[in-house]
Design a protein around this ligand. Structure first.
Ligand code: ATP
Ligand code: MG
Length: 236
């Protein structure tokens, strides 16, 4: 579904991605892990067309998208929910959700129908529909941001650190919700620092280190690796 081949991205002279290759297959949740500054967000920004790769190719649904505009990439069904819960603070939850459907050019009746589906995924938003964005808690803003992404009916949903800054019990819910979104038929590329919990819901994972893919494997094998490294560290 999505394939990156030898992608290099720079900020001026800084090389942020060093020839990255990765693949997401239809139906998967793929975790993209790594420490601060490893290049996770840059990878998503490069895929969604916000930054152009210097070299390499990106294919989505069999077509090159590495020189396609961000708007067109959204129209093709590739949606990026950026880090830091970017919702419109002066708009209500309902207005934020409706905005997610712009670009699909569908009648309001269909928008309302799709909103019902999103509220099935995020029932906690139901009592908040007329609240303004700025008045929501961090977890509520994150639900609103992902809900808005779902309103675009993505084929592939890219989430940048959805668990960041949330209380532990809300983090659990967030990961369960991502699993549910995937079961409903949406492929997910999940950027996280929270390796253990994201691998627990993922099929496969990639680990970025200083702009390079340092490891990639099934989620189970990567989890084993983390476990062994941890045991090794506590024994020695
Ligand atoms: N706008 C920018 N201009 C210059 N350098 C940047 C810019 N954005 C990111 N970088 C650099 O690119 C590298 C990768 O950053 P990126 O934000 O992709 O990392 P990340 O893995 O998402 O980190 P985090 O976990 O902190 O979000 C870092 O060295 C960062 O300092
Ligand atoms: Mg980041």
């Amino acid at each position: 579904m999505l394939r990156l081949n030898g992608v290099e991205t720079r900020y001026g002279k800084i090389v942020a991605l060093r020839k990255i290759s990765l693949e997401v297959k239809e139906g998967e949740i793929v975790a993209l892990l790594g420490m601060n500054g490893a290049g996770k967000s840059t990878t998503l920004k490069t895929i969604s067309g916000l930054i152009r790769p210097k070299t390499g190719t990106i294919e989505f649904m069999g077509k090159r998208i590495d020189h396609v505009s961000p708007e067109e990439i959204v129209r093709q069904g590739l949606i990026h929910v950026p880090e830091g819960r970017k919702i419109f603070p002066g708009l209500t939850v309902r207005e934020n959700l409706v905005l997610g459907a712009t670009g699909r050019k569908i009648p309001m009746s269909q928008v309302n129908k799709d909103m019902e589906e999103v509220l099935e995924v995020f029932p906690d938003l139901i009592p908040l529909m007329d609240r303004l964005g700025w008045s929501l808690s961090g977890g509520q803003q994150q639900m609103c941001a992902i809900g808005r992404g779902l309103m675009a009916k993505p084929k592939l949903l890219m989430l940048d650190e959805p668990s960041l800054g949330l209380a532990p019990v809300i983090v659990q819910n967030m990961f369960q919700t991502i699993k549910k979104i995937n079961r409903n038929g949406t492929t997910v590329l999940l950027v996280e620092q929270n390796a253990r919990q994201s691998l627990a819901i993922s099929h496969r994972g990639y680990v970025l280190e200083a702009g390079k893919v340092a490891a990639h494997d099934t989620a189970l094998k990567l989890l084993d690796g983390i476990q062994n490294a941890y045991l090794g560290a506590t024994r020695s």
